[in-house]
Design a protein around this ligand. Sequence first.
Ligand code: IPE
Ligand code: IPE
Ligand code: MG
Length: 245
Amino acid sequence: MSLIDQIDRNRVPEHVAIIMDGNGRWAKQRGNQRIFGHKNGVKAVKAATEAAGEIGVKYLTLYAFSTENWNRPKSEVDALMGLLVDTINSEMETLLKNGIRVLTIGDRSMLPPDVQRKLNDVIVRTASCTTITTVLALNYGSRLEITEAVKKIAIDAQQGKLSAEQITPVTISDYLYTANIPDPALLIRTSGELRLSNFLLWQLAYTELYFTPVLWPDFTKDDFFKAIIDYQKRERRFGKTSEQL
Ligand code: IPE
Ligand code: IPE
Ligand code: MG
């Protein structure tokens, strides 16, 4: 039986998040520059998006550039930004045709102006697409996100829009970039690294974690389906006993 047929369509995670890692190592293994790995990673982005759409995942969040990634060589940062613009340009029609809405999380104001314009463009043009929402995490860092949320909460409290007693975990979720997006049910990280790297620290509180040694440019639709099958074998207890479920 093919992998996709082993998936229980009634228990597909509504939101899957992916830390797309291993592009640099993939390129190095081939004696190439790191950017060669990033370019080949675009194919895996397309594969993951298609696979997610096929089984009915509603949100796919992709960690594409972290707040820490600015510390990489400028040539690599520039190449990544260029690749982002090129990919949006080449994929725009496919996004619209397949009903893929694009959103971002992270501080876009620090991205180069042409990247910001291109992102605004794709966000506006895909706004009414309903098959799947792809959330690109760009200049995203969980600690920055939480810090910004706390600042906004403090300002609203100062202005009397909110009182300290009213603040609940839901309030905090509502002030994050991910307001209105359900928490991920499944997180996938490729390349064998076993860490979160400042990704969705609040939102992943009860997420199932899946790690694979596959380097991101090698990640296929079947790799995505394998992660879903693994997820479906797990029992999500949320603190309860097995008998209570
Ligand atoms: C992930 O691959 C892509 C980004 C972080 C932009 P890496 O570039 O981190 O690849 P490795 O981890 O060096 O192999
Ligand atoms: C995390 O990968 C960020 C993205 C995938 C965009 P990194 O490769 O930057 O993570 P670390 O630095 O190895 O933890
Ligand atoms: Mg990496």
